[in-house]
Write a protein that binds this ligand. Structure first.
Ligand SMILES: *Cc1c(COP(=O)(O)O)cnc(C)c1O
Length: 493
């Protein structure tokens, strides 16, 4: 009912159509001498007509944006099962610490002696990530996972160049996230695909064939994007190292094994960690993230600068190092995201973090167990923190993953990731994350089972979904290709 009323929410410019003078803010009286704008602003920059601001009062502004926020779906509203993205709840404590004036109001150009606490925080988060991964060095600079991938591959390129062994190819499994081949190409490498074996993991024989002396690195996601652990990871990294290559691990799925396994023991040379996935902090909608990269001894000399160094009880900053790949970003990256991640790590503690990853795996398996009778499971390998189903059973009735995803909106859930990984046709990739109560997992499974039953009994209902949202299907391709941000009363075209 509430949502139905929201359907008619106009643009803020359309509120107050009579354009009665309303104001949300009153400026204080001018207490400096008035100046003629024409005497200080060049004529071509002077405005001659009114700026066209909406005439609305403060409360109308608040109502408008509050209503729009209610048309959205958020992690604070319910299960957000986007696979690979790890959409977990962001505890409010994180927000409290990130707003401490001593952290939120400092400037990155302040001299180190004035910001010892912030430098210490960076240093401590680095130690925590090294303990969690068993690696030798770390940078917190990159702003996201993909940016971390680039930092890692640039360090690998630098290490190989230092050996006088520049190479030209990066191998990427066919189940990888699109950012992996994009990163390889951006760093100047040719990305070559490695096929998956029957069980969804890397085909070792194919890798053996492809792993020539032209290959700089292999990029591997562990567990992979099917939620399956690369059980031959030790053989893979031995093979790659024996032939002079390096191992890049995509750590976006670290949520599956924090406190259970160490990438440092798996032969990884570089791995990014999406703080905004594994260690809470809000993400989605393009908000700031952080993609620290942990590295093996081989890559430590090439870590980006600036670096925080501990000298006894104080901390200093190293700005120059000829072996470094240089800065990946201004200063220390998205500092307040680092604050949130350390808050999360400290508030859970080692035992809490272990419980976090095991609960995530338990939930994914609960979903797999409940849904495997109604949806096809393309890979039967054991699932870790996410489970990939496909639409092949429903496709016989001309119902596809997009229909199932849209129908979930009517049932009150955000859809899972669709059509990824690319090796699964009609994929529905579900990652529950550990932060929701078990009843929510059950309610999600109930909704998925109800949709499978609807697909049999009344397929047209599923095909026409969503029915209860302000707009039903939109032309997503056209919306992305022909951006139209201005609305006219004649309708959008
Ligand atoms: C999310 C993700 C990335 C990219 O991380 P961003 O922080 O979105 O840049 C890379 N690989 C995998 C497997 C991911 O899930």
């Amino acid at each position: 009912m509430k949502r139905r009323a929201l359907r008619d929410e106009p643009l803020i410019f359309e509120r107050n159509p009579g354009r009665a003078r309303r104001q949300g803010f009153v400026l204080p009286p001018l207490d400096v001498p008035a100046v003629d704008p024409a005497s200080v602003i060049p004529a071509e920059l002077l405005r001659h007509d009114e700026p066209g601001c909406p005439d609305v009062g403060e409360m109308e502004v608040v109502q408008h944006f509050h209503r729009l926020s209610q048309l959205n779906y958020a992690v604070d509203e319910g299960l957000y099962p986007l696979g690979s993205c790890t959409m977990k709840y962001n505890p409010r404590l994180n927000e409290q610490t990130a707003r401490f004036p001593g952290l939120a109001s400092i400037h990155p150009l302040q001299p180190p002696e004035q910001v010892q606490g912030a430098l210490r925080l960076i240093w401590e988060l680095e130690r925590a990530l090294l303990a969690i991964t068993g690696m030798a060095g770390v940078t917190l600079q990159p702003a996201a996972g993909a940016h971390g991938e680039l930092a890692g591959i640039l360090m690998i390129r630098r290490a190989l160049a230092a050996r006088g062994d520049a190479r030209s190819v990066v191998l990427v499994p066919d189940s990888a996230h699109g950012t992996n081949p994009a990163t390889a190409a951006f760093a100047g490498y040719e990305a070559v695909e490695v096929p998956s074996a029957e069980d969804g993991t890397v085909d070792l024989e194919a890798l053996d064939r492809l792993m020539t002396d032209r290959v700089a690195a292999v990029m591997l996601t562990v567990p992979n994007t099917l939620g399956v652990f690369e059980h031959q990871i030790l053989e893979i990294s031995r093979l790659v190292h024996d032939r002079g290559g390096l191992v890049y691990m995509d750590g976006a799925n670290l949520n599956a094994f924090v406190g259970r396994a160490l990438p440092g023991r798996m032969g990884a040379d570089a791995m990014h960690i999406n703080l905004h996935k594994t260690f809470s902090t809000p993400h989605g909608g393009g908000g700031p993230g952080a993609g620290p990269v942990v590295v093996s001894e081989t890559l430590v000399p090439h870590l980006p600068v600036p670096r925080v160094v501990r000298d006894g009880e104080s901390f200093r900053v190293v700005h120059d190092d000829p072996a470094s790949i240089g800065p990946m970003r201004g200063f220390f990256g998205n500092f307040l995201i680092l604050v949130r991640a350390l808050t999360y790590i400290r508030s859970l503690g080692a035992d809490g973090l272990r419980e976090m990853s095991s609960t995530a795996v338990l939930y994914a398996n609960l979903i797999r167990h409940r849904l495997a009778g109604a949806y096809h499971l393309p890979y039967r390998s054991p699932s870790l923190h996410e489970v990939v189903l496909d639409d092949s059973r429903q496709a016989a009735r001309d119902i596809h993953n997009v229909d199932i995803a849209k129908r979930l909106l009517d049932h009150g859930f955000h859809p899972p990731t669709m059509s990824f990984p690319l090796i699964v046709h009609g994929a529905l990739m579900i990652e529950p994350a550990e932060s929701v109560p078990p009843e929510e997992i059950d309610a999600f499974c109930d909704a998925m089972l109800a949709i499978a039953a609807e697909a049999e009994a009344s397929p047209e209902v599923v095909r026409g979904a969503p029915h209860d949202t302000p707009v039903s299907r939109v032309d997503e391709v056209r919306a992305a290709r022909q951006l139209k941000v201005r609305w006219t009363p004649e309708g959008s075209s």
